[in-house]
Design a protein around this ligand. Sequence first.
Ligand SMILES: [Ca+2]
Ligand SMILES: [Ca+2]
Ligand SMILES: [Zn+2]
Length: 303
Amino acid sequence: MRFPLVLRLAAAAGLGATALNVGGLAAPAQGRVADHVTACLVPRTNVEAAAARGGATGLDHPGISAAEQLAIARRTHLRLATKAAGGRRALVARTVPVYVHVMRDDAGGGDVTDRQIYQQVAVLNKDYAGAGISFDLISTRRYNNTAWHQDDQSKRYRSLTRKGGARALNIWLVEAVWLGAATFPWDYAREGAVDGIRVHFDSLPGGSLLHFNKGKTAVHETGHWLGLFHTFQGGCTRLNDQVDDTPAQATPTAGCPVSRDSCRLPGDDPVHNYMDYSWDSCYSHFTRGQDARMDRMWAAYRA
Ligand SMILES: [Ca+2]
Ligand SMILES: [Ca+2]
Ligand SMILES: [Zn+2]
């Protein structure tokens, strides 16, 4: 039995106070995470761990209803048909220019080393190699601003510092109660000024966040940036994440269970998939269906 909750969408997602439904997230998690920030980042229970990946509101991207999912799918189909008619074809392999913005506090705290940034980009290259996507670090800029470091004035600082066009991945390193947040490709036309991902600076390789310091938060958020939903999108439904080869999940995975089956629909939960909420060490792959979806989304909105 699921208990859908109406959660407040965080400023974290950059959209203000939109209401959304999230199936299966346990109510107490919100309070615990909100009240004990440290517990969120160093989770003691499975519920806290799942919340840590998703942040105080449980989600790391703008909330999407099933109706919106279908509308986006129609829009994507139309865009691709239009581009095909115009002779534009999707690239099989692509290189994404990467701009890293290190938002340090006023005193220069919250920094990462250049080596950590190279390692982070290497993790992205390794994990997306199977999908034919590579990442090329163009620049790293460092800022000293405590408000920005804490992801306050988020839309403002992102608008002021963002580089490149629709193909460019901007990564802002911040310190918040959540691990990461992302924008979707279909929102680029409307909100291109803030397009990109935000990740906790200590989630980079060698960072201090227990279970979440192998750079996989950026891999997960980049998945959203390329148009993927969570594998638990919509909960235990046939629509799910609109990817056929990711078994539907009722709830996010926390930690790294040997196996899990939260949904009566076929297949065990894809606990090792990058788009679940498992630990960094638990992640191992995207599916072919996710790869195909990223190709379509790239062609429709970023190519
Ligand atoms: Ca699926
Ligand atoms: Ca199942
Ligand atoms: Zn996510």
